[in-house]
Design a protein around this ligand. Structure first.
Ligand code: LLP
Length: 452
């Protein structure tokens, strides 16, 4: 099984290589590390750290590149639904809306966010293995574009909701193609043993069942085999299987007009190029291009991952025994990916003066009271002292959305850069906000005399 653990120690890209592989980042001799046209030190000086920084122009450029690769392969009409779970900030959703992308949501909360950001309900698809009755009511009531149904049981529920609302709902069946995406076990979703989708052998009977239920209009299939997939081969296999299933359904007299190809395109957290978009578009065109389908996609990480970073400063540089630790003010409660998946993220200094020859291996950790609160082990970094800023790269996807307030650490601030302008898009959470929804029952504070 592949994992996220990154290159072997000693083979890790240095800061110069990491920056060179990311066109939106530059190291400026006067201003230090810049995201698009804005020095990160300027943002940290105003907002403090830790702080998320996202690049709007970078996101637009990446969406355009994905569209261009599909167009080149003859798939220009593919419909994009951004996977909101990757980064659900309203500003990010507004960028997607302005660029004409829809949304892929997995909860009533994500649906509400997407609508609030101006994405029309008709351009939203609703995925997920456990949609509640209430959330389906909300989705159907809003006139959602499509529901990606994952089970026979969910079909019955959706039919009841549609009938009660007097609507006919377009749906696709999420099929489990039983393909190994060769990614981290915690985020692979297309194996028969996974909880997702409808088992291959049952697709035809479930499709027929969907067509028999009132209020439902089955229009096609959906797949999503996992996330952070870095080779084209699992897509090649899965698309071939989907084409085969569409052929079978059509031969049985069913109408199949849509295929939602899901997300999952991996990025390079190191200094490589990740999955080549032309290869991805190529296998999509090869298997699906001539089937007369409306094709759809739900990319998340590929669009926003590289466009964001977590800005943090050093609290203390500590040496104990034979180990050196850099304790940052960011922690696993902010960015949980290293603790949760052993994920490798590039870490680079922000000040030009700190940018030089890496001179010592250091464990980069957060202040949370768990050994798992480690961003990197034996990372080669220049000697950094208290208050030195670092940027933890490629944190735009599955970063802030997975944050918690563990150890009573307020949620970090966020800034949006757009070319050479920037603004705060989330202020740092106040400590008092941590308990603002909590109450203490009166009886706990009554004296013994009063209660007796
Ligand atoms: N569509 C469906 C149905 C999904 O479940 C997902 C992601 C996507 C689209 C978007 O996948 P993407 O293009 O972003 O790979 N927290 C993990 C990733 C979990 C992905 C869950 N599903 C991480 O930090 O790596």
């Amino acid at each position: 099984m592949a994992d996220f653990s990154g290159p072997l120690p000693g083979a890790e890209p240095d800061a110069a290589a990491l920056i060179a592989a990311r066109p939106h980042l530059t190291m400026n001799a006067d201003h230090g590390l810049m995201l698009e046209g804005v020095p990160l030190a300027v943002i940290a000086a105003e907002l403090g750290s830790p702080c998320w920084v996202y690049g709007a122009e970078t996101i637009r450029t990446r969406l355009a590149a994905l569209r261009a690769a599909l167009a080149k392969a003859g798939l220009g009409a593919t419909d994009f639904h951004y996977a909101v779970k990757a980064n659900d900030h309203l500003a990010i959703l507004a960028i997607m809306a302005a660029a004409g992308a829809g949304a892929d949501v997995v909860s009533g909360g994500e649906l509400a966010r997407a609508r609030h950001a101006g994405i029309p309900a008709s351009h939203i698809v609703y995925s997920g293995v456990g949609k509640s009755f209430r959330d389906l009511q909300l989705a159907v009531g809003e006139g959602i574009g499509q529901v990606n149904v994952e089970s026979r049981e969910e079909l019955a529920m959706l039919s009841a909701v549609a009938e009660a609302a007097g609507r006919r709902v377009d749906l696709v069946l999420r099929v489990n193609p039983d393909v190994d995406a060769k990614t981290h076990a915690k985020i692979t979703t297309g194996l028969a043993e996974n909880k997702f989708g409808i088992a291959w052998a049952e697709v035809e009977s479930v499709y027929a069942y969907a067509g028999s239920l009132p209020g439902l209009n089955p229009v096609g299939l959906a797949m999503h085999i996992g996330s952070q997939i870095v080779s084209v081969e699992p897509f090649d296999t899965a698309f071939a299987r989907m084409a085969e299933m569409i052929g079978r359904l059509r031969a049985a007299g069913h109408t199949v007009t849509r295929l939602d190809c899901g997300g999952g395109i991996g990025i390079s957290y190191e200094d490589g190029s990740g999955i080549a978009l032309d290869d991805y578009a190529g296998v999509m065109a090869k298997h699906l291009g001539s089937l007369g389908l409306k094709l759809m996609m739900e990319p998340g990480r590929w669009l926003v991952g590289p466009a964001g970073l977590l800005l943090s400063s050093v609290i203390i540089a500590k040496k104990t025994g034979n180990r050196a630790f850099l304790v940052l003010d960011a922690a696993m409660n902010d960015l949980v990916r290293p603790a949760m998946y052993d994920a490798w993220h590039g870490i680079v200094p922000v000040a030009a003066a700190d940018f030089g020859t890496p001179d010592m291996p250091v464990d980069v950790v957060g202040p949370v009271c768990e050994t798992g609160d480690t961003f990197a082990k034996d990372r080669l970094l220049p000697a950094l002292g208290p208050d030195a800023l670092v940027a933890i790269l490629d944190a735009g996807a599955y970063g802030a959305v997975m944050s918690s307030t563990y150890n009573a650490r307020p949620l970090a601030a966020a800034a949006l850069v757009d070319g050479d302008r920037w603004t705060t898009v989330t202020p740092r959470q106040q400590v008092t906000e941590l308990w603002s929804r909590e109450t203490v029952p009166a009886w706990l504070t009554e004296t013994a005399g009063e209660t007796g």
